[in-house]
Write a protein that binds this ligand. Structure first.
Ligand code: FMN
Length: 255
């Protein structure tokens, strides 16, 4: 299993974004306390490093587990259908389509979340594996931001996320790397990749960094994988530092 682990891709670097993309949206979704959560510790490491690299850049944080996004309701779906039937409705025109206070409330819960993603140069997600997939807290956010046309330019019909970087930090109690017995149980990585590429985030801008075997220190039957778990965590840290750290050759950012 260690050999398979070593086959992980080499650490990358985020491209240098333009002025309009100097912002980080950081979302955690682990139900664990910060001290117990690998994904929270890793996203914090990335965010701290990124913020040192981009002094003065905008930073937004949401804890989707502590302050869950409300589940979408029938009013959300009805408003979405009405908007979808009209074609490419600009986001600014959706509120005029809302019928009744329920739909207006749904839109008031939704629009700020969509705008946060549209404004972010980099979206950082902490994603524990829960039951082979993503936590419900993250899925609730995903369902809500995926309003029809939310990330489509209403004039060109193109995605507005073509320059957005997504860094998804997954933490898994077991190991799901290619070639491992549980490879086919990983509905987390493929889901995140499918979701963000479908939204228009280019493959090259999508970075999924995994910490495997996070429970090896706690679960007796996984004890033999402790070294693998520690190495995976070290690798994840290195990859995140490489993605977020200043390039030695980088031009200073204009303030
Ligand atoms: C509700 C729940 C479901 C989980 N399901 C899985 C699972 O399907 N596969 C797995 O490998 N680990 C599973 N785990 C273990 C977590 O993936 C692991 O503890 C991970 O480190 C959680 O991320 P965190 O440390 O950021 O909280 C589960 C943990 C919880 C609390």
């Amino acid at each position: 299993m260690s050999d398979i682990y070593l086959q992980q891709h080499a650490p990358g670097r985020l491209r240098e974004p333009g002025d309009g993309t100097r912002s980080l949206l950081h979302l955690d979704s682990s139900a664990s306390r910060p001290g117990d959560s690998t994904s929270r510790q890793l996203t914090a490491l990335f965010a701290e490093t990124w913020r040192r690299r981009h002094p003065g850049a905008e930073y937004r944080y949401r804890d989707l587990a502590a302050q869950p996004v409300p589940l979408i309701s029938s009013d959300f779906v009805a408003l979405g259908l009405r908007s979808e039937r009209r074609g490419n409705v600009p986001l600014g025109a959706v509120s005029a389509l809302a019928e009744g206070p329920g739909e207006a409330r749904e839109w008031s819960l939704t629009l700020p979340l969509i705008n946060e993603v549209r404004a972010a140069g980099t979206v950082l997600l902490g994603v524990p594996m829960y039951n082979f997939s993503v936590p419900a807290a993250l899925k609730a956010w995903i369902d809500r931001i995926t309003f029809p046309g939310a990330f489509t330019d209403s004039v060109t019909g193109e995605s507005v996320l073509g320059d957005t970087e997504v860094v998804a930090v997954t933490a898994r109690g077991g190991c799901y790397l290619p070639g491992t017995p549980r490879e086919d149980f990983d509905f987390q990585t493929c889901y995140l990749r499918a979701y963000f590429t479908e939204l228009g985030v280019p493959e090259d801008n999508l970075h999924v960094i995994s910490a495997e075997m996070t429970r090896a220190g706690d679960v007796p039957k996984l004890a033999r994988f402790r070294v693998l778990g520690r190495r995976s965590l070290d690798e994840a840290r290195s990859e995140l530092l490489a993605l977020a750290a200043p390039r030695p050759d980088a031009e200073p950012w204009p303030l």
